[in-house]
Design a protein around this ligand. Structure first.
Ligand code: SAM
Length: 237
């Protein structure tokens, strides 16, 4: 097994998740939180990028605090959730350099695939990276998670990792990893940890590669994206 994953699995039970701090269903499952913290520790991660701000922002910020020149960039489409995560971090006394950004989710073409992705200035993630670890825990709108990987890929250091929560959920999440594999081939090495929380996909970026986005399922993906975008406009702040 991958040594960083093996180390995190062996050590994760030692990570304390305070019942007073963990907000319940709004956050990742406590076991998944334990794994991501232990994994950041095993990697000796210095720069972490997170899509989906919340309890995990504080958890990851604390984990990288001892590492020199640390940096956490946490992105969310909800101003309210971002502000809540920022406040929890700012009142915690944690001294990690952390930045919270709000970016709306918008439809965008990735080759033939119309997907929802965070609207961020071009080149921003690359300029602020390279990141050692990326956590994808975005809202569960169809295909919201697939595009985040494409956006983050160039900002991840070779040998760095992307972890996606809720990997066991049917539909969208199960679609992501095969499509990432189709796009990047053996430049990515995914491992599914089915038994932790709602499942975690841990994907190593093996080396740099230009994506070749698959046309397979692109038409239904486009319709789902437009439907999800419509629901998002009606639902969010
Ligand atoms: C479930 S939150 C988890 C954030 C963080 N990674 C954690 O574990 O604490 C992930 C995403 O869902 C969104 N979200 C959380 N609760 C929500 C709700 N009740 N309605 C709509 N979106 C929600 C947040 O804006 C965030 O982008």
């Amino acid at each position: 097994m991958n040594p960083y994953i093996a180390s995190a699995v062996a050590e994760m039970d030692k990570i304390n998740i305070s019942k007073l701090e963990h907000p319940g269903d709004e956050a990742m499952d406590p076991s998944s939180c334990r794994f991501i913290a232990a994994f950041a520790r095993a990697l000796k991660a210095r720069k972490v990028l997170e899509f989906g701000s919340g309890f995990t922002s504080l958890l990851l910020a604390r984990e990288i605090e001892p590492v020199e020149d640390n940096y956490l960039l946490s992105i969310d489409d909800s101003a309210a959730f971002s502000a809540q995560a920022r406040e929890a971090f700012e009142t915690s006394g944690c001294r990690t350099k952390a930045e919270f950004r709000v970016a709306p989710l918008r439809p965008r073409f990735y080759g033939p695939r119309l997907l929802l992705s965070y609207s961020l200035p071009k080149g921003l993630l690359e300029a602020l990276g390279p990141f050692d670890l990326v956590l994808i825990d975005t809202p569960h709108h169809e295909f919201g998670r697939e595009a985040v990987f494409y956006d983050a890929f160039r900002a991840v250091a070779p040998g760095g990792y992307v972890v996606m929560d809720d990997a066991n959920l049917p539909k969208a999440e199960k679609v992501c990893v095969p499509n990432w594999r189709a796009a990047f081939g053996d430049a990515v090495d995914p491992i599914l940890l089915e038994g932790i929380g709602e499942g975690l996909s841990v994907v190593e970026k093996v080396d740099e590669r230009a994506p070749r986005y698959t046309a397979k399922g692109a038409l239904p993906a486009g319709f789902k994206t437009l439907g999800a975008f419509g629901r998002l406009l009606l639902a969010r702040d």
